[in-house]
Ligand binder design. Structure first.
Ligand code: PMT
Length: 221
């Protein structure tokens, strides 16, 4: 059994991918399965934490011992995470959140009309939840952890993203070509606002999760 080094702590974790509806039958989404976020939730429960898991479109079984809040869109995820974060010691944003949503939601199914070109989809920006959490720290001393899904210039993009978002730790993982999304294994580098850089070797998503909690525990102490 794991050491209960998160006992007495409340941690909030987001998992899965948001879906931004276009009409009653269609959405813009992404390939996140939720597996990495659920691994974070299971390992945090095992280490004694009170866990709130905000799950976006995952279809995975609820981790035993965690409070699970199901959401659909980025706006809903924001509301659930910010509310739960009010008394959280740490927030970990493993969800893949849509940066943009359709500007207009069509109440009826969008039809194709004979002889007409398809209409472009206008997008508007979604709120950046990680940046907002990092700026506001709903609870003093709260630790904020983000993930970065990158396809190229992984480390350079990760460093820039860490500075832009203002979080304490950023788990940079490479995606694309069958990596990270939907798999049972992952690898990456955890960049710290303090300049630290911790490589996490290839292994089960639980192992990556435990190494993230090690870094969190060291910083909460
Ligand atoms: O779910 P799996 O199939 O197991 O795959 C795991 C994963 C690849 C989804 C996960 O490991 C991961 O990388 N999650 C973050 C995906 C992502 O959205 O990365 P990003 O680089 O676009 O966003 C950076 C950070 O900002 C993330 O913490 C994200 O939650 C957050 N964000 C992004 C946009 C937005 N509008 N609000 C946010 O809070």
């Amino acid at each position: 059994p794991a050491e209960p080094d998160l006992a007495g702590r409340h941690v909030v974790i987001s998992a899965g991918g948001t879906r931004e509806p276009l009409d009653p039958v269609r959405f813009l989404g992404n390939r996140s399965s939720g597996k990495q976020g659920y691994a974070l939730a299971r390992t945090a429960v095992a280490r004694g934490a009170r866990v709130t898991l905000v799950a976006a479109n995952t279809g995975l079984p609820d981790p035993a011992g965690a409070r699970v809040l199901a959401v659909g869109t980025a706006e809903q995820l924001r509301e659930a995470v910010l509310k739960a974060a009010a008394d959280a010691d740490a927030v970990v944003m493993a969800a893949a959140v849509a940066d943009f949503r359709p500007a207009v939601y069509a109440a009826g199914k969008i039809k194709k009309k004979d002889g007409e070109e398809p209409a472009p989809i206008a997008l508007v920006r979604n709120p950046d939840i990680l940046a907002e959490l990092s700026a506001e720290r709903p609870r003093p001393g709260q630790l904020v952890v983000g993930f970065a899904a990158e396809t190229d210039d992984v480390l350079a993009n990760g460093r820039a993203k860490l500075a832009r978002k203002g979080c304490d730790l950023l788990v940079v993982n490479e995606v694309g070509n069958g990596k990270a999304f939907g798999t049972d294994e992952n690898e990456g580098v955890v960049l710290g606002a303090d300049g630290s850089s911790t490589p996490i070797p290839h292994g089960p998503k639980e192992a990556l999760a435990d190494q993230v909690w090690d870094l969190v525990v060291a910083r909460l102490a």
